[in-house]
Design a protein. Structure first.
Length: 159
């Protein structure tokens, strides 16, 4: 992680970015460009909520300096719950959840699995590194957003 060149997190970032770029045309092909414009912020918000969830009060920093030190342990449980509930509320109000209950359920599942992917990255990182770092926060944001986008792109019928 301290390497000045690309390193393993950089390679992961490139792969996830390519998956995200590939998912957007699939969403618009299955629905419309308007759907693609809505799912992009939904996926981004999912990644950010995953970061807040990873910054819980029981999470320690793996290093003595850096972003992990500044953020780890700062998010209270009520703040995490409120932000997660707000995310699901925004998803339901976004237009993706219009009269099509099947689509609304799929979006909620995609967001939940995206958050689950962020949780897996946090758990693995805490076990391997003894805590979180700025790179871990960046990785779990991108993992959560990518899982959400790919699942939304995989939905066979948006109509």
């Amino acid at each position: 992680m301290k390497q000045p060149d690309i390193g393993p997190f950089g390679v992961l970032g490139v792969v996830l970015a390519l998956l995200q770029i590939g998912a957007l045309p699939a969403v618009s092909a299955a629905g419309s460009w308007a759907d693609a414009l809505v799912v992009t912020p939904v996926a981004a918000a999912t990644g950010r909520v995953a970061a807040v969830q990873a910054a819980g009060t029981r999470v320690a920093s793996a290093t003595r300096n850096g972003l992990g030190t500044l953020v780890a342990g700062t998010a209270s449980r009520p703040a995490q719950v409120a932000l997660t509930v707000s995310l699901f509320g925004a998803v339901m109000a976004s237009g993706l959840a219009d009269a099509n209950h099947d689509r609304a359920a799929w979006v909620a599942v995609a967001v939940a699995l995206g958050l689950g992917g962020g949780w897996v990255v946090r758990v693995h990182s805490v076990r391997r590194l003894g805590g979180v770092t700025g790179d871990v926060f960046g990785a779990l944001v991108e993992v959560a957003a990518t899982i959400t986008l790919v699942l939304l792109a995989a939905k066979p019928a948006w109509r």
